[in-house]
Design a protein around this ligand. Structure first.
Ligand code: SAM
Ligand code: SF4
Length: 513
């Protein structure tokens, strides 16, 4: 039998609404998909621990198993069915086991899935996480499958990260917006996550402050088109360069339309939380990589020298059919402008191969684009039809074998680019943020440009910014040694407040022997 304990959090129902604590119920959370889903799972975990649950790794030891689903690509339903089938066997042996499904699959297909999989006790949309305690209570009282998948359009809610001691790592995600107003013709997100809603800048700043005070050193701002952000409270000053267009290919009117308050938010974070060592964001839409954002990159030392900017295709014809709202030249122009403002900045990207109507020439154009930009990170996908998307009207006419062959070909090229890039770093010194220990006791961290670096360290390198000398390049990562003379010291990972643009590449405080 499930037992919910009380939670003293303003966003959740009052203490008296819960039955008394009898025993500590246990939950297991299985997460599919992107960072956005991982971030939702973190919030779900906080809500559950807030009402007295403890986390267990094995579903066999749990009272509640929650599957946080993703439906961005095909096979999502098969994956969910097989997980529910597996956990359903446990439920047969222990009928009190509660099975919940959260995330995009629940949002999109809740009713239908609940009918098809009677083992499921409840469905929860991404906007309904705060309602989890009351849903569990109803399940406990024997209610039929509950489906709660309502977008919070009138009063968007963003659950605050709790910065729980012992759970905060060196890095953290902070959601700044949800939903998407683009209508890329292949994409299900606008239907599973709803329209764009933005979190007030004050709330974002408070969360970054809380996380940094708890030990976080690097924050990644999250949003589907993260750089279309606007502060709903209008509290941000206008960022330098706003409304200016220095791009030959972009008409001024369009440039103004593409403008956002994202650069102003980045500046506010760096000014108000100067102890934050590194700031990243994902995923930006190329059309919002405006001049004001380029100036923010130039001016803010904490802003990482790496941008993950999905391009999807290197053919204008395909981009048009995808409704991406930029041309290949416009994409490259922005990459070039950022590279001139921030020397050494690297780019990674997403590409879909085999979009309806993609010819050999279109695909060759995508290879040519990869050759021009030389991405250091690459995520490639074969096109798959998604429910409700406009591209369903186009014939999915590239055979699956051809899609797979194209994917292998582009992976081969981009793997080579990444290997060459990593090789070029051997012998250089990079600043690495220690993130976690590897299996062999070594540490794993990331450089400012997002390269994965393995290194040995006598002390605890987690949460420390360390200068390391790159010794060896592997296919996907680097091996390095901590620079001789560098000593880990309390406070050594804290930078001097608000360095100016000239200090951009300055090391954090490093204590000599
Ligand atoms: N919002 C981000 C953007 O605009 O690029 C990312 C959205 S999605 C979570 C991540 C990636 O999944 C996309 O960049 C795209 O490459 C891929 N994707 C989305 N829909 C797809 C589909 N129907 N078939 C194959 N890949 C898809
Ligand atoms: Fe999907 Fe396009 Fe929105 Fe990204 S920008 S979430 S690909 S609709």
């Amino acid at each position: 039998m499930l037992r919910a304990a009380a939670l003293d959090r303003a966003s959740l129902p009052a203490r008296r609404d819960f039955p008394q604590i009898v025993a500590m119920p246990a939950y297991t959370l299985v997460t599919f998909g992107c960072q956005m889903n991982q971030h939702d799972s973190d919030r779900i975990g906080e809500v559950l621990r807030g009402i007295g649950y403890t986390e267990v790794a094995e579903p066999a030891n749990a009272d509640l198993v929650l599957l946080n689903t993703c439906s961005i690509r095909e096979k999502a339903e098969q994956k969910l069915r097989s997980e529910v089938g597996r956990i359903g066997l446990l439920k047969r042996a222990k009928p009190s086991l509660v099975i919940g499904v959260a995330g995009c699959m629940a949002q999109q297909e809740g009713e239908r899935l609940a009918k098809r999989m009677p083992q499921i006790d409840f469905m929860l949309g991404p906007d309904n996480i705060a309602e989890l305690p009351s849903i569990l209570q109803q399940v406990e009282l024997g209610a039929p499958p509950r489906i709660r998948t309502v977008f919070d359009l009138d009063a968007p809610q963003f659950l605050n990260a709790q910065a729980e001691p012992g759970r905060v790592g060196a890095t953290a995600f902070v959601t700044i917006m949800k939903g998407c107003d683009e209508r890329c013709t292949y994409c299900v997100v606008p239907y599973t996550r709803g329209p764009e809603r933005y979190r007030p800048a004050r709330e974002i700043l408070a969360e970054v402050r809380r996380l940094v005070d708890a030990g976080v050193r690097e924050v990644t701002l999250l949003g589907q088109t993260v750089n279309s952000y606007r502060d709903p409270a209008g509290s941000l000053p206008v960022a330098p360069g706003t409304g200016e267009s220095h791009f030959k290919h972009t008409l001024r009117a369009v440039a103004l339309e593409d403008e956002s308050e994202f650069p102003a938010l980045l500046r506010a974070i760096c000014t108000e939380v100067p102890e934050l060592q590194r700031l990243r964001y994902t995923s930006p839409h190329p059309r919002h990589l405006t001049w004001s954002l380029i100036l923010a990159h130039r001016d803010l030392p904490a802003l990482a020298r790496h941008v993950h900017m999905p391009v999807q295709s290197g053919s204008d014809r395909v981009l048009k059919r995808m409704l991406r709202r930029y041309t290949v030249d416009e994409y490259v122009e922005r990459v070039t402008a950022l590279r001139s403002a921030v020397p050494g900045v690297t780019f990674s990207t997403d590409v879909i191969v085999g979009f309806p109507g993609e010819t050999h020439e279109d695909f060759a154009a995508t290879l040519a684009l990869a050759e021009r930009v030389k991405f250091t990170g690459f995520f490639g996908f074969t096109y798959s039809e998604r429910p409700n998307t406009p591209a369903l009207k186009l014939a999915d006419d590239v055979p699956e074998e051809e899609k797979s062959a194209r994917l292998s070909q582009i992976f081969e090229l981009t793997d080579r680019h990444r290997r060459e890039h990593l090789q070029s770093l051997v012998g250089t010194t990079e600043i690495v943020l220690g993130e976690r220990r590897g299996k062999n006791g070594d540490f794993m961290g990331r450089s400012e440009r997002n390269e994965i670096v393995h290194f040995a360290c006598a002390g605890d390198a987690i949460g420390q910014m360390l200068p390391v000398r790159i010794r060896e390049a592997y296919d996907n990562s680097l091996r390095a040694e901590v620079e001789p003379g560098f000593v880990l010291a309390p406070g050594a990972d804290r930078p001097s407040p608000a360095p100016g643009p000239s200090a951009r590449r300055a090391l954090p405080v490093v204590v000599g022997p």
